[in-house]
Design a protein around this ligand. Structure first.
Ligand SMILES: Nc1ncnc2c1ncn2[C@@H]1O[C@H](COP(=O)(O)OP(=O)(O)OP(=O)(O)O)[C@@H](O)[C@H]1O
Ligand SMILES: [Mg+2]
Length: 236
């Protein structure tokens, strides 16, 4: 479903070239959950943005979704890809302020001209445990609930690929686990390819496969060490 080959990208900061990705190759099949573990600045968001493909293109290499090169899509194809084939899960701050859970989660359905979008989104919100929060405004929901609305929004149009960039960044451990388990189960049930970018070693435990990104390069994940503890513990 997702096939990334030799992907490289640098950002321009004035005259300075800031390297972000340097030859990343990975695949995610339908129904598979791959976690991309990496510290801050390792290139996770750059990779996610290249998958989204809006106003950014690789220096080298390619991102293919269902065999189609994202950077080669026309504007119309890209819009259609982002609305129907891809779901992006980011921070709850993307939710429309003042909207209810139903209204905020059905935005993409309405963009796709789905009739009765408000009604169509309800079963998904219920599946995400928000059945008794449907008419709460976004501001009246807890962070964990808002994050579940973001998941509903991403999955609403039936994408085959979902990318999540630090989806649990603003959640406590218990809510993180709940959100990740729901995301994993929903993607599995729907045969969606799921790529999760995170610096949280607990989050990667939910994935089928974990890869580690360091300075824009991909390697094997060393599951038996805790990078957070390793970096903060004093030497013997
Ligand atoms: N728009 C930009 N202009 C210049 N440099 C950038 C830009 N975006 C990212 N970078 C740099 O590219 C590198 C990768 O950044 P990226 O945001 O992809 O990392 P990340 O893994 O998502 O980090 P974090 O965990 O903090 O979100 C970093 O060195 C960052 O400073
Ligand atoms: Mg990031």
């Amino acid at each position: 479903m997702l096939e990334i080959r030799d992907l490289a990208k640098h950002h321009k900061l004035g005259r300075v070239a800031v390297p972000a990705l340097d030859g990343v190759t990975l695949r995610v099949a339908r129904g598979q959950f791959v976690a991309l573990y990496g510290p801050s600045g390792s290139g996770k968001t750059t990779l996610v943005n290249l998958i989204v493909g809006l106003r950014i293109a690789p220096d080298r290499g390619s991102v293919k979704v269902d065999g189609r090169d994202v950077a080669a899509m026309s504007r119309k194809e890209g819009d259609e890809y982002r609305l129907h084939h891809l779901g992006v899960i980011g921070h709850p701050g993307i939710l429309q302020p003042g909207a209810t859970a139903v209204g905020a989660a059905s935005v993409r359905l309405r963009m796709g001209d789905v009739r009765h979008a408000d009604r169509a989104i309800v079963p998904l919100l219920q599946r995400l445990g928000l059945g008794d929060r449907l008419h709460h405004k976004v501001e009246q929901l807890s962070m964990g609930e808002r994050q579940r609305v973001v998941i509903a929004l991403a999955l609403s149009t039936g994408p085959q690929l979902v990318v999540a960039d630090e989806p649990t960044g603003s959640l406590d451990t218990e809510n993180s686990r709940k959100v990740l388990a729901l995301l994993r189960d929903l993607c599995r049930e729907r045969h969606v390819a799921l790529l999760l970018a995170t610096h949280d070693p607990e989050a990667v435990e939910f994935a089928d496969e974990v890869l580690e990104l360091r300075d824009g390069r991909l390697g094997a994940y060393a599951a038996d060490r805790s990078p957070v503890l390793a970096e903060s513990s004093p030497p013997d």
